[in-house]
Design a protein around this ligand. Structure first.
Ligand SMILES: Cc1cc2nc3c(=O)[nH]c(=O)nc-3n(C[C@H](O)[C@H](O)[C@H](O)COP(=O)(O)OP(=O)(O)OC[C@H]3O[C@@H](n4cnc5c(N)ncnc54)[C@H](O)[C@@H]3O)c2cc1C
Length: 394
């Protein structure tokens, strides 16, 4: 049975996080002016403030200084933090570090945990996750992985090109996915490597000029050129990269849904305020039927999104993989968030597309979410295939 009751400690934490976001984080938003992501100085300042209030790393185990929330707790707190674009960065629960922390906590050796996970959880390091490649390499279809790692004595040598790697510029290390078997088949043949930033075998060729700019370091194109790493740089076991990618991706795409849902709520609140104030044709905007329809559709999108997120969070908390549920949530929430923000802009008229309100900026931040962590169409394709298969073999 799914229990959606919010425990008292989560409700109390939500109050504290909401106050922190409105009193500390939202006032800092005008200082977030970098072209490729939040400046590391502002990020550190906000994280210091969160640390002082005992709000840092809500998803991390208390042994590593976090709050140890399960997925249902994260759903509540990440949505609350997401009310500001800067909120998840302030709490150190933003992508890609949050997903990497989860992956490392499940797969890393004790030495790797001490070296990579501990500083990441404490906010003393940043990381990136390097999987996607330009054509003809891996994108929606991870089996097209072209970056290759070959064994050289006790080392491995990695060569290939990655792009759209969030946070690579300024990261302390990368988790790089490479093929270690010429014939990738049956979900095997790829391996994850931990590559330090000061390794001379990889470099940033450029930071891509993407529409969003809230991720520190932006999204970079990387070249691995016979990049040598020792055997103990392997995360987990050789050949298990695709399996670990699933360990990371199902919860990571859900936590993205949680954070962006918070920002969609902010967009709707801005539109509600405008609809309550602005008058046209002898009434308030909010009294016009078509504006009310847009508001109602957005409320329905918000509530259905939250229900799907909580359902999937519950499934993951039961120790199940949640592949089906996280695909359904991702496909619905990414599109619903986009619709909510677009309707909010429409309700605000010209002001909605201006810099006087946060809506235009919010739109550019949420639009790529329909593409990364699996485009909507890829998830729908996988949902349909699974359903057809289950019907054939109940
Ligand atoms: C802002 C941003 C940040 C990112 N950060 C990272 C990162 O940190 N690390 C990383 O490794 N990658 C990252 N990515 C890459 C992202 O994961 C890929 O863009 C995504 O997997 C899609 O791959 P692609 O862009 O190559 O699209 P393609 O594979 O070329 O697909 C293009 C389009 O084809 C359609 N399509 C795909 N599959 C199907 C299907 N089965 N059925 C029907 N239509 C389909 C979809 O409409 C899709 O948008 C990021 C991307 C963006 C935009």
């Amino acid at each position: 049975m799914i229990d959606f009751a919010i425990p008292a400690e989560h409700a109390a934490l939500r109050e504290r996080v909401a106050a922190f976001i409105s009193d500390v984080v939202i006032p800092a938003e005008p200082r977030d002016l970098g072209p490729h992501g939040l400046a590391d100085g502002l990020r550190a300042e906000l994280q210091d403030a969160a640390r002082r209030q005992g709000l840092l790393a809500p998803h991390v185990s208390p042994a590593l200084g976090g709050l140890g929330l399960d997925m249902r707790g994260q759903a509540i707190i990440f949505e609350t933090a997401g009310y500001s674009i800067l909120g998840p960065q302030a709490l150190n629960c933003a992508a890609p570090d949050e997903g990497n922390m989860h992956l490392l906590s499940v797969v890393a050796s004790p030495e790797q945990r001490a070296r990579y996970l501990e500083p990441l959880a404490a906010g003393r390091a940043r990381s990136c996750f390097a999987m996607t490649e330009p054509a003809p390499g891996a994108g929606s279809d991870p089996s097209m992985l072209a970056t290759a790692a070959t064994r050289v004595g006790n080392d491995w040598s990695i060569s290939g090109r990655k792009w759209f790697i969030t946070g690579a510029e300024g990261a302390d290390f990368a988790i790089c996915m490479a093929r270690t078997d010429a014939s990738i088949a049956n979900g095997r043949g790829a391996t994850m490597f931990l590559v330090d930033a000061d390794n001379p075998g990889w470099r940033i060729e450029r930071v891509v000029d993407a529409v969003d700019r809230s991720f520190p370091g932006g999204h970079a194109e990387l070249i691995f050129d016979e990049c040598r790493v020792p055997h103990d740089a392997i995360l987990g076991e050789v050949g298990e990269g695709y399996r670990y990618a699933q360990v990371r991706l199902a919860p990571a795409r859900l936590t993205h849904c949680m954070r962006w849902l918070g920002l969609a709520r902010r967009a709707l609140d801005v539109a509600l305020d405008r609809a309550n104030e602005r008058e046209a044709f002898g009434s308030r905007l909010g009294e016009l039927g078509m504006v009310q329809a847009m508001i109602a559709d957005s409320v329905i999108d918000l509530e259905t999104s939250r229900a799907l997120i909580w359902q999937c969070a519950w499934v993951l908390d039961q120790g199940r993989r949640g592949g089906r549920e996280s695909s359904i949530a991702k496909a619905h929430v990414a599109d619903a968030v986009w619709r909510i923000v677009d309707r909010s802009i429409q309700i605000c008229g010209s002001l909605g597309v201006s810099g006087d309100l946060p809506l235009a900026r919010i739109a550019t931040e949420v639009r790529p979410f329909r593409i990364y962590d699996g485009p909507t169409e890829t998830h729908k394709w996988s949902i349909a295939r699974r359903e057809l298969r289950n019907r054939r073999q109940p």
